[in-house]
Design a protein around this ligand. Sequence first.
Ligand code: NAP
Length: 307
Amino acid sequence: MKSKVLGDSNTKFSEIGLGTWKLIPDLNEIPKVVNYLFENGVNFIDTAEMYQNESKLGSIFRTINKEPFIVTKVSPNHLHYDDVIKSCNESLSKLGVKQITLYQIHWPNHHINIKETLSAMEYLVGQEKIKYIGVSNFNQNELEEAMSCLKNNKIVSDQLEYNVAFTEIEDSGLLNFCKNSKISVIAYSPLGRGLIENYKNLYNRLSEIGIKYNVNAFQVALKYTISDKNVIAIPKISSMTHATEIMNCENFDLSQKDLDKIRDITKDIRKPLAGRSLRKILKVNGSWAKIMERHERLRIEKGSKSD
Ligand SMILES: NC(=O)c1ccc[n+]([C@@H]2O[C@H](COP(=O)([O-])OP(=O)(O)OC[C@H]3O[C@@H](n4cnc5c(N)ncnc54)[C@H](OP(=O)(O)O)[C@@H]3O)[C@@H](O)[C@H]2O)c1
């Protein structure tokens, strides 16, 4: 598994990590999937307090032979100083670890001064409760503001939606800005939330490209996302079949000609697969995070028990 340096740090993350939103840790196959991924060089798992699966993931981490890098997020309704500290302590305890490798602000909350949030994050670095500070869903302005507030640390990453059918960060220049600022992009929903098949034309054209590499449309799509040296991806994977396919992505590289071809194919559909309006609402009003949390809790309760 190829690895990439995390921002301006001396830590390397595998270019593919495991995303866990809506992952149901109770499923029998999950510990097997996680172990298989780690045996094949994956070294981190992404979660969030909002996903309400940290305790169960913590139990799974203890079955892995290698020590995983722990990546989690503080919710946007917990961005006041004391709330950040409380959320971090809770995540540490649920995950059963002494340190979170990368602690991210899940969404910006324009009702809370980012300076206050980052001052709490710097305190947590000082206490060695977190190693690196990251953000998520921050646009360039929000990122620049955050960068200017830090005294002794740097923002190492911005977790952003990025996939073959949603390339806003390419078009807005954010991808380049991150690269020039030594901030890693952690691409979420890199498989288009598994919905690529819904875009028949795209799906067929990606499948065609995949023929010569002996891979399918999803593998081509993932590979496109991580073809940029500054991008790490976190697909959500909950079956061994999917896990094997994703790990096979390390066995081929798309040629520049095919990367250009993909850019050309997707030109017409450069729009979100879902969630753009939600993103805007969440950004300006932190109270939406509470609704999201409730929604997440109910969803988990329906399928299995939460943390
Ligand atoms: N920071 C944020 O605001 C934010 C927002 C959304 C997501 N995220 C993070 O990003 C992670 C990934 O994003 P996502 O879950 O939205 O979407 P995704 O990873 O793009 O897609 C997940 C879907 O793809 C399927 N899949 C996995 N491997 C596949 C393969 N080889 N072939 C076909 N389908 C495959 C999965 O099915 P199975 O589950 O059945 O394997 C699942 O249905 C999340 O889990 C979360 O950690 C962060």
